[in-house]
Design a protein around this ligand. Sequence first.
Ligand code: FMN
Length: 307
Amino acid sequence: MNLGEVSAHCYNITTSYLSANNDSAIIESTKVAIRITRNHFLQEIFPRWNPFSDQISFSYNGGKDCQALLILYLSCLWEFFLSSIQVSQYPPEYHLFPLKSLPTVYINQAETFRTLEESIETTRSRYFLSVYESPRNQTSMPEAFKNYLEHNTHTQAIVIGIRYTDPFGADLKCVQKTDSDWPEFMRIQPLLHWSLSNVWSLLLYSNEEICGLYEKGFTSVGSVNSTIPNPYLKRSPGADRDNNGLKNHFEWEIRNAYGKEEPTDEVRVSAFSSSDAKILQEAGTLNYYPGWFLIDDSLERAGRARR
Ligand code: FMN
């Protein structure tokens, strides 16, 4: 595969999702969310910052939100490419996809889980990300971006997978300048209107490998010292039959995931690292339902506390 092929694959995922023959409330609202994001990219963002130049970059940390946004970004990149060759005087076979890798920035400030690091490595090659990684523990986030911009002087805009329900997310806009205490560039935030259930619905349907921490009950991943699995997903002994009242709302997406030849209950997750297993075992936090059993946005960060 190359970046053009994986972009075409992501385009097929979203197109297939949009034609899904299922009118559950979650799938209906996710279709609306996808169309809004797609319009942002194709009508507002790409005409302003050419995605085939180095004007635009993608902020990637391996989490579920930015992976969902990356699938949408690549899908739109493919569509943008198709529309650009339509107006060309040469036949389609003469057109090469103009990008070999996607400029990506990974701000890594604190010690993260090994499982997440390994999953980032996998996605790095899966999606042809050319990742700039900030030096760990050396700088604040604005400092890290200042360094990034010093190395990537053409970057004008950075795509971020933040949502309205994230801390400080409520008043953000899809396209806005950074705050005055940050280095100056445009923040591109086309996932703001997505709910937690929208993110899970697309991601689980995509059949793309997701970070193995989510299967262990994580719903939001920060540093090792400040993240545990979500307490609302804890399995209590004897309560297995009704899952503590929790339910998998994404059975359809999982069983009918893109590219599955037969419906199965398998979710593709990255390998769970033995060093993380040890950390969770010591903290007594190994027995949790998968992260996608939680769809209440207000509880998403309940595992983001000190141990
Ligand atoms: N936070 C600000 O207060 N002002 C900013 O101008 C700003 N710009 C950002 C630009 C980028 C590319 C990124 C990745 C983040 C920026 N942030 C800014 C911080 C985010 O709003 C958010 O607080 C941060 O990514 C932490 O999110 P997390 O807790 O989900 O990891």
